[in-house]
Design a protein around this ligand. Structure first.
Ligand code: URA
Length: 234
């Protein structure tokens, strides 16, 4: 894509100005309290649970719990800051994701990355995962048994990350995470709970790429998510 992405996506989203005034603060590791005479923290310590993350990733890579293992190029575990406060959960890897082993790297992923940037986040500051770690052939909707088979991995990712807010990206993720059949239109703009974590449903960027009229409304969804998050910090 020749055009510089930011301007391109702002226009693509049908929004004139798309930046929040206050960028979120990244979750930083606590600094050593030298002034109080305490010993400094161990230098360059790996994030807590690093071994657990690696072990989980290995288990995902070896998974054969459903038939998608036969058609995948590789599993798509998840990507981002393992101390992130924001967790985005999509549906399943598409073709590009299956080839590259990373979620949301195709055209929809570029738009998602730009949406994040408009919120003040670099892609690396959040954590991005999918409900399914393997691509359904032809990008068909995930089958219920596939969601069920993959669910323990997502649950472990959430337990390790302990995010402050979850964004369910798209109808399928929202319906599965909230255990409802309600249409996305009814789920948008509402603060839901996933267990004790607030969850906001946003439209899938692949849908936004197809629907010109929805692009500007998606900004409202993101602003709503931001409001929910801001209130948590008060
Ligand atoms: N759509 C998703 O829901 N997830 C991806 O990783 C890519 C496209």
């Amino acid at each position: 894509m020749a055009e510089p992405d930011h301007a391109f996506y702002l226009r693509a989203m049908g929004v004139q100005s798309w930046r929040l005034r206050r960028a979120p603060e990244p979750r930083l590791a606590p600094q050593p309290v030298l002034a109080q005479g305490l010993p400094p923290a161990a230098p360059a310590a790996a994030p807590a649970g690093a071994e657990a993350w690696e072990a989980l990733q290995r288990r995902v890579a070896a998974c054969q719990a459903c038939e998608l293992c036969a058609t995948r190029t590789q599993t798509v575990f998840g990507v981002g800051d393992r101390r992130a406060e924001w967790l985005l959960i999509g549906e399943a890897p598409g073709q590009q994701e299956d080839l590259r082993g990373e979620p949301f790297v195709g055209p929809a992923g570029l738009l998602l990355t730009e949406m994040l940037r408009a919120l003040g986040f670099a892609r690396e500051q959040v954590y991005i995962a999918n409900m399914l770690k393997c691509r359904p052939p032809g990008n068909r909707d995930p089958a219920a048994k596939e969601v069920l088979a993959c669910q323990p991995f997502l649950l472990e990712q959430i337990a390790l990350l302990r995010p402050k807010i979850i964004l369910a990206v798209g109808r399928i993720a929202a319906q599965n995470l909230l255990n409802t059949q309600q249409p996305l239109a009814k789920l948008r703009g509402v603060r839901h709970q996933w267990r004790d974590i607030p969850l906001v449903a946003v439209p899938h960027p692949a849908y936004l790429l197809r629907s010109l009229t929805e692009k500007a409304r998606a900004w409202e969804d993101l602003q709503f998510a931001w409001t929910v998050y801001s209130q948590l910090k008060e």
